[in-house]
Ligand binder design. Structure first.
Ligand code: PLP
Length: 449
């Protein structure tokens, strides 16, 4: 059916009357009424169509409305819409098998959750029970989810309001050469000094008190800082040395985003626990989980794991995961992300950085890229201050509005825009989005000094 603007107005009015939105001042937001979506695009009721360079919240890795996944959900709904988690169910078993087949190293058992934050909650609970230790080390410039423990682990301003009951969370700096905390000039220095800082933190916190170190393999929302070669291997070594459980959070980086099934594959590193969600079924039905090593699983072999969810391994979500993983394999979605990332998107973004004074750095891999926007390339002063709101954030709002006016829906976080389209985006779509981005960056350029 053709979108009717009157329906759009009604949808919006009802939303404003009754929907309480995430992370928002309720009266200061103006959500777009969306009429439909397909592939890499969505559209409103007014006839505007947008190329989605955000993949929703970086989760529609196979785009919207993939017919094979929609059909699998419909079929599962027709045969077994739901069933309690204590039973063995075909869709759940098969999803676990397909995931375990792809997770790095010996990670072999899957605990299903409803999303990413609760996957992090359970990974940390498992690590604490496995080690009998209380503390967890997590990085500044990170995001691990909106539930209490996950948000306490988070290293961005979304944590601040919930910084109560943070028992045992200690933050450290992970490597990020462009804004180095270690006065480094090369990736090698940044890597070595970040590892030294982490080991010092472990020593002063007391190794025997630390259950886990959690890191996003490639930090996502915080800025897509691909770690330097050797960093994650170094963290793995520290974890082994001190008997600490290594948790990699692949909620955003996993399932094709980096041009590999998991970001850990890029670094040849195997964690003890790995969290996933989002791309596992392109977010068509809520699903997340923890992939568990044999050593941690053994802790709960004869002793009950004290945790669970009504919808753990929900059949509809698992059927969507089975179909999504099969589609990704059959249609070469992961290789598409790798190939387009290295042949087209990466080079095109670097070329934009050369021409636009507002682009301080380009970094990323696969379909996972960040542009660091700056007021000045020499000083690297961010285009807007950290955590800016209102007038101070105006340059980023102007950039975003320009992108939308050009038919591109951009991902924006603080002074960055991320290029995170579906992993099965076509070359033509990517070029269209990059052209719109080019035009929008000219608006950001106006705010440079
Ligand atoms: N971990 C990472 C790395 C994420 O990016 C996110 C969400 O963006 C989460 C955890 C939380 O996932 P969810 O919003 O599904 O709870």
């Amino acid at each position: 059916p053709r979108p009717d603007p009157r329906t759009g107005a009604q949808v919006k009015a009802t939303d404003r009357a009754h929907v309480f939105h995430s992370w928002s001042a309720q009266e200061l937001i103006d959500p777009l009424a969306v009429a439909g979506a397909e592939g890499s695009y969505f559209w409103d009721y007014e006839g505007n169509r947008y190329l989605d360079f955000t993949s929703g919240l970086v989760y529609t890795n196979i785009g919207y409305q993939h017919p094979k996944v929609v059909a699998a959900i419909q079929e599962q709904a027709a045969t077994m819409t739901t069933f309690a988690p204590a039973f063995a169910v075909e869709a759940r078993s098969e999803a676990a098998r397909l995931i375990a087949e792809r997770t790095p190293g010996d990670l072999d058992k899957i605990f299903f959750t409803n999303g990413g934050a609760d996957a992090v909650e359970h990974a940390i609970r498992m690590a604490r029970l496995h080690t009998g230790r209380p503390k967890v080390l997590a990085a500044y410039r990170s995001y691990h989810g909106g539930t209490q423990q996950a948000v306490n682990l988070t290293g961005d301003p979304r944590r601040w309001a919930s910084d109560t009951g943070t028992a045992g969370v200690v933050h450290f700096w992970a490597p990020f050469l462009y804004r180095t905390r270690f006065h480094a000039e090369t990736q090698e220095q940044e890597c070595a000094r970040a590892l030294e800082h982490l080991e010092t933190t472990i020593t002063f916190e007391g190794p025997s008190t630390i259950a886990a170190i959690i890191l996003e393999t490639v930090p996502g929302t915080a800025g897509i800082m691909v770690p330097p070669p050797g960093y994650l291997a170094g963290v793995r070594e520290l974890c082994d040395k001190y008997g600490i459980v290594f948790v990699l959070d692949e909620v955003m980086a996993g399932f094709g985003r980096t041009g590999t099934w998991f970001a850990a594959d890029l670094f040849d590193v195997v964690p003890d626990l790995m969290t996933f969600a989002k791309g596992v079924n392109s977010g068509y039905v809520p699903l997340g989980g923890v992939a568990i090593s044999p050593a941690v699983a053994e802790t709960f072999a004869r002793r009950p794991y004290p945790g669970g969810l009504t919808y753990s391994g929900h059949p509809l979500a698992c059927a969507a995961a089975v179909a999504t993983i099969n589609v990704m394999a059959e249609e070469g979605v992961v290789t598409n992300a790798a190939a387009l990332g290295s042949s087209l998107v990466g080079p095109a973004l670097r070329e934009l950085a050369e021409r636009h004074p507002s682009v301080g750095e380009v970094r990323g891999t696969g379909m996972f890229w960040a542009l660091e926007l700056v007021r000045n390339k020499e000083t690297r002063e961010p285009l807007v201050p950290y955590n800016a709101t209102g007038e101070a954030n105006a340059p980023m709002l102007a950039f975003g509005a320009a992108a939308k006016a050009n038919g591109l829906w951009p991902f924006i976080n603080m002074n960055r825009t991320h290029v995170v389209p579906p992993c099965n985006i076509t070359e033509a779509e990517a070029k269209e989005g990059l052209a719109a981005l080019d035009a929008a960056l000219s608006v950001a350029d106006e705010h440079t000094v």
